[in-house]
Ligand binder design. Structure first.
Ligand code: FBP
Length: 557
């Protein structure tokens, strides 16, 4: 094993907290059913697609249950992008299964869903799990983005389970992976395999949430890491007083991460993609607004500032959204020709085929961004937004607008005219936060999720997502249970076809987190009201170490 840091060594001794129901009865708590559930929309279609899991009741674990549990062989995969705390979900699951029966076994399938299909696994031992307790990353069994969605893949997974005697699969993933978990659960029931399927809500993006899933794990730690970095940059900006920092923050689609970081640090500008879309703002309008603030602050002798930009912004600006859809479609249809072209050749080829409105939107963007929009698509044919340097694009466009203002001033008042100073730095914070050692909150939450998954398996449930609620309370007051995956689903059009998917939770513009931000943003913009959160603390007063996100506190206030 590699040398480990003193902090990691100390974190091995951290015992994650569990809801009191598990502290008292271990995973033998009784699963008390609530009322029957229904999907968030399109009930008839979802019911027809998932006849055996639709309408199941949500369950809550309560005290007083003892039963003899035979040894269970279970499988676990990590799916999609990394999120802090994944190892603790596995540790909680492992400990829960062993508590159900010491002879239980956990198979860790390697590299995400592809491991489950290709039968690549390791058996997780106490010693191995111990090595990863309270650590960041997914490197214990690694992750992947292969889609597990076809009947052939499901059949192969069923065969692999039968070969090992595996009776339960836990899928730790985001909305897409849990959508697939739902389909896999239905397949296992239809084919009477006896294999249970349980999901766990993972993603730093924070967009897998609803009334019963209060937050996906990893959001807490990732936003704390980004907020620390933003705070450090703010302090630098406030010390040198010469740069505008444009910071893009990860979050494929929703702006929860940017919003939470804004609430933690009070930047001069934070764009919220959902608001941009709602207001139908053009790129030019966004740049104009930032430029106006640059000018206003410069007049108050503040030639510096901090702008937060959500990663998904470009897909929410109406004109760029249409452009990207056209490009995805066009590139998908002409894949072979396109792949053989140089970056300049791609540019020439594509402009001949865009609609006039999209051509105009395309040409309003700097050349580097145009080229990035034509770069490789993800496995689903979509542009990879984390690779588009929107932070650079906005900094460049603001610079051009400021230069225009200065040109007009010189034309009006001569070369001694007062000019607006503008100099920028750009940053992208994404991968820096995805594998950080989990905060105490994520360490506890993830361990509890894993433990809950084991209890759901023990209770014979399938097609459920582990749910741990009341997260702004101390861990002993958390409520553990499970919700049917079908409850979160609706029908959406993907590549021209209506398919069942878990509904993504975007930032709600009438929710408390956004409203709180909106109330203060003007003052934060023109003033310099930065907050410097500092690094995540693992030891010390609870007020410092066990804080949840501001988003969660506001949502539960
Ligand atoms: P998940 O939704 O799978 O958790 O991934 C989230 C994310 O971190 C996004 O914020 C980001 O756009 C994307 O993954 C980056 O993907 P990759 O790791 O493949 O570069």
């Amino acid at each position: 094993m590699n040398q480990i840091s003193p902090l990691q060594q100390a974190r091995y001794d951290y015992q994650p907290k569990l809801p009191s129901v598990f502290m008292e009865c271990g995973p033998f708590a009784a699963a008390r059913p609530g009322e029957e559930t229904q999907s968030v929309a399109d009930q008839e279609q979802i019911k027809a697609l998932f006849p055996d899991t639709y309408g199941l009741p949500a369950v809550t674990f309560v005290r007083n249950s003892t039963f003899d549990c035979p040894p269970i062989k279970a499988a676990v995969i990590l799916s999609g992008g990394q999120a802090p705390g994944g190892h603790n979900v596995i540790a909680g699951l492992f400990d829960g299964l062993k508590a159900l029966n010491p002879d239980s076994e956990l198979f860790g399938f390697l590299g995400g869903p592809s491991g489950l299909i290709d039968n690549k696994y390791i058996k997780l031992t106490e010693a191995l799990v111990d090595e990863y307790r309270n650590t960041g990353g997914f490197d214990m069994i690694c992750s992947g983005r292969t889609k597990l969605e076809t009947e052939e893949q499901f059949a192969q997974v069923a065969r692999n389970c039968a070969e090992h005697g595996i009776k339960a699969i836990v899928i730790i993933g985001g909305d897409d992976s849990n959508t697939n978990a739902c389909a896999l659960a239905q397949y296992m029931l239809t084919h009477k395999t006896g294999v249970q399927v349980i999901g766990c809500p993972k993603t730093i993006d924070g967009d897998l949430k609803n009334a019963r899933i209060e937050v996906s794990f990893g959001f807490d730690t990732a936003t704390k890491v980004y907020s620390e970095l933003i705070g450090n940059i703010m302090r630098d900006a406030n010390s040198s007083r010469k740069y505008w920092h444009f910071i893009k923050l990860m979050g494929r689609s929703a702006s929860h991460i940017a919003l939470e970081c804004a609430l933690q640090t009070h930047p001069n500008v934070c764009l919220i993609s959902e608001e941009v879309e709602k207001k139908g703002m053009s790129l030019n309008q966004i740049v104009d607004e930032i430029t106006a603030l640059v000018v206003a602050r410069a007049e108050r002798k503040m030639k510096y500032g901090v702008v937060l930009i959500p990663e998904g912004l470009i897909e929410f600006i109406p004109e760029s959204k249409v452009l990207i859809a056209e490009l995805n479609d066009f590139i998908g249809k002409h894949k072979e020709t396109f792949e053989g072209l140089t970056p300049d050749g791609k540019l020439e080829y594509v402009v001949k085929h865009l609609s006039p409105a999209s051509l105009q939107a395309f040409e309003s963007m700097p050349l580097t961004i145009r080229k990035q929009l034509l770069a490789d698509r993800d496995p689903h044919g979509n542009v990879q937004v984390s690779r588009i340097e929107t932070e650079k694009m906005l900094a460049l466009l603001v610079e051009e607008h400021v230069a225009d203002i200065n040109r007009v001033r010189v034309a009006q008042y001569g070369k001694n005219a007062k000019q607006v100073a503008f100099s920028s730095q750009t940053h992208f914070f994404g991968y820096e936060g995805r594998c950080s050692a989990p905060s105490n909150f994520d360490a506890d939450y993830c361990y509890s999720l894993g433990y809950t998954a084991s209890a759901l398996i023990g209770a014979g449930k399938t097609g459920y997502m582990a749910s741990v609620r009341h997260l702004s309370c101390p861990a002993q007051d958390w409520e553990a249970g499970g919700i049917p995956l079908t409850m979160m689903m609706n029908m959406e059009t993907r590549h021209g076809k209506a398919v069942p998917v878990i509904k993504k939770a975007l930032v709600e513009l009438n929710g408390k987190p956004f409203k709180t931000f909106a109330k203060h943003r003007e003052a934060w913009g023109i003033g310099t009201e930065y907050v410097y959160p500092g690094p995540i603390q693992y030891f010390g007063p609870s007020a410092v170490c066990d804080q949840t996100t501001i988003t969660l506190r506001l949502e539960q206030a």
